[in-house]
Design a binder for this molecule. Structure first.
Ligand code: 1CP
Length: 347
């Protein structure tokens, strides 16, 4: 099975060639905003659903059928490979991932087991099913980046300040680097399983890296994310990288080895292109909350994102993938998403 399809607009834009139209997909396009998602998930736990290939395939396809996005993102979660490797955790509705025994010392890090590809075989099976169904629509795989995974493991759940995570980082750098090295290995095994099964691109989500200064990002995080990207240097799949509030880190996140740098709504794409430097594509960056406003405001913002992206191309960005600056909010009217896809494709 070929991992690249030159005609898919997302793959073209991500590889720096001219796409037939501006590609668009939405982070968190599968799931929460869709009634058909709530229907098939009824009575099935979030994590359980991620290990059922038939269900993963159906949920991944739902937004593509409805919105005609240029890409599907595998329905899964960043904690799925941790669960598969034996970490006692759950995804609690309305909260997010909750870790039974948070990892806060050298012993706990030593006890963290490596991921065996066989443990994520249901995910690989879902990818194979999806490639059979998707035709010309690109399939994006993903993993959590070492820092963002570490934050959940150390804090024990979602966090605003990431204070325990930073405390470990500053107080015991050896243990920190051992932990991030293990999490980089986990991401590599998880992504390898997806790419080998047919995922045509992948996104490394470092959602919470924006909590760090540039200097700390470079010292404590970037080498580990860079190792993940380097493992796929010759895989022939575009590598996307994204975090929230990462305006000051955009250059460093590109340098970690991303072909496409995701940008949240705080930095206009032309300015992002200056920060990232030439030779990489950009993805983003409509504020997801704009979609809760009236259509006039949505259209104005969508047009502005596309105009900023065109200006980004003029200063060296090699392509633009239209997306939100973070995930679709649960309250979003799915009909609005469909309309945004039509608008972007028509511009
Ligand atoms: O019960 C439910 O419905 C659970 C809600 C839910 C869903 C639908 C969670 C819990 N995860 C997911 C799916 C998911 N998670 C996807 C596939 C859907 C798609 O993109 O279309 C993806 C890509 C993720 C990735 C993910 N999980 C990230 C990175 C992306 C981002 O939004 O920044 C993060 C940080 C998580 C952790 C997580 N899992 C779930 C929640 C609610 C959270 C965030 C918790 C927090 O705020 O810290």
């Amino acid at each position: 099975m070929s991992n690249t399809t030159a005609v898919n607009p997302l793959l073209a834009a991500a590889q720096g060639t001219r796409p037939s139209r501006r590609p668009v997909w939405f982070m968190r396009q599968a799931g929460r905003s869709l009634p058909e998602y709530r229907k098939v998930r009824a009575g099935i736990g979030m994590l359980d659903s991620c290990f059922r290939p038939d269900l993963v395939c159906e949920i991944t396809l739902q937004p593509v059928r409805r919105h005609h996005t240029d890409a599907a993102i595998l329905f899964s979660d960043i904690v799925v490979p941790l669960r598969a490797a034996g970490v006692d955790l759950d995804i609690v509705s309305g909260v997010g991932p909750v870790i039974e025994r948070p990892i806060r010392d050298a012993q706990a890090v030593a006890d963290l087991r490596a991921l065996d590809p066989a443990q994520v075989e249901p995910v690989a099976e879902a990818v194979r099913l999806l490639r059979g169904e998707l035709g010309g629509t690109a399939l994006i795989g993903f993993a959590g980046a070492p820092f963002t995974l570490a934050s959940y493991l150390v804090e024990g759940g979602p966090s605003r300040s990431h204070e325990r995570t930073k405390a470990l980082m500053y107080s015991d750098p050896d243990t920190w680097h051992t932990l991030l090295g293990k999490l980089a290995d986990l991401a590599i095994v998880f992504l390898r399983a997806q790419v080998d099964a047919g995922a045509q691109a992948f996104q490394l989500f470092d959602s919470w890296a924006g909590a760090l200064s540039l200097a700390d990002y470079r010292e404590y995080v970037q080498p580990h994310s860079a190792r993940v990207f380097a493992a796929f240097e010759d895989a022939g799949v575009p590598r996307l990288h994204f975090g929230v509030g990462t305006g000051e880190l955009l250059g460093a996140m590109g340098e970690a080895g991303a072909d496409v740098v995701g940008v949240d709504w705080r930095v206009p794409l032309d300015e992002a292109a200056r920060r990232v430097g030439p030779g990489r594509a950009l993805q983003g960056n409509l504020d997801p909350a704009v979609l809760l406003g009236p259509w006039d405001a949505i259209e104005t913002h969508v047009r502005r994102v596309c105009a900023d992206a065109d200006a980004a191309l003029a200063v060296g960005a090699t392509g633009h993938v239209f997306n939100l600056g973070h995930g679709v909010l649960p309250a979003t009217d799915p009909r609005v998403l469909t309309r945004v896809v039509e608008l972007v494709h028509g511009l």
